[in-house]
Ligand binder design. Sequence first.
Ligand code: DP6
Length: 345
Amino acid sequence: SLSMVTCTAPVNIAVIKYWGKRDEDLILPMNSSLSLTLHQDQLKTTTTVACSRNFQQDRIWLNGKEEDISNPRLQSCLQEIRRFSRKRQNTVDSTSDVSGVSHKVHICSVNNFPTAAGLASSASGYACLVYTLSQLFGVESEQLSAVARQGSGSACRSLYGGFVQWKLGEQLDGKDSLAEQVESESYWPELRVLTLVVSAEQKSVGSTSGMHTSVETSQLLKYRADVVVPSRMEEMIRVIRERDFPAFGELTMKDSNQFHAICLDTYPPIFYLNNMSHRIISLVHRYNQYYGETRVAYTFDAGPNAVIYTLQDHLSEFVQVVRHFFPPEVSGEEFFKGLPVCSAD
Ligand code: DP6
């Protein structure tokens, strides 16, 4: 009487950033956001969930180490999925437990990249957990992204491939704060992503506490959420639909810069970028200036690692330029993770 399911979920990288919650328990954002989900064979989480009547309690292992199952975010995801599963079963047959939802689960989750290095491990982690549980318990719902959202906000976007928006929603219960696909991964096959791993160290200030302090202290954040992001979301969707790389790149860089400006506007200030990050930013701008158009764009999350978006035609030349200015003895072996995204194959 053991059922077991294994699934994978990739990391997503936002081009319009989520930063700030209007409800910290339900994880409801102050602004909508938009990201690209990487391919399945790139940065990803693999999760196996087993359930059995012989299990005494729910348990979880992350990268081989047992973690505390009582973590409130983990608990909300488990409870919500079980609630969905019961609701579904009741409509089918109220007496038998077809999916084993009444049994305890053992969860085993592994990332193929360093955790908490600002490479969005919580996003793929919670997306994968929720999706795997939904498969095990036979849950099919439009609301799955709302469950993943309660694990980690950015996780709701990793339930879909390609270009994904997380609409902030209006309801107090968060039922309309959901992710939805804008375009599939095959829509823009020439688009590429490259991560420059400046540091694999744990980030200094986690995004949850960082955004909490920003909401409390940054006036710029209110302006961003109320005025800047609503119009940027519309523009971003438009330039993606038009496959307009220069406009996409410029907007992506501006939004990353505004997010880090908010971090500086937070009191006490939060520094996610380091000297290497700043040198990468300068290099990208000099490269684009040389060609008189935006061929390459950077974006940074809550850490110093750069994520570069470019088109297939410019990828190898830009990699050469980066290698020239950041030789291996400076950058280290982990520096390059060439990650094609949205290619048609
Ligand atoms: C900078 O989703 O990690 O990566 O909801 O508190 O778990 P919590 O935060 P999290 O924040 C991600 C912030 C970001 C921007 C983004 O991915 O949109």
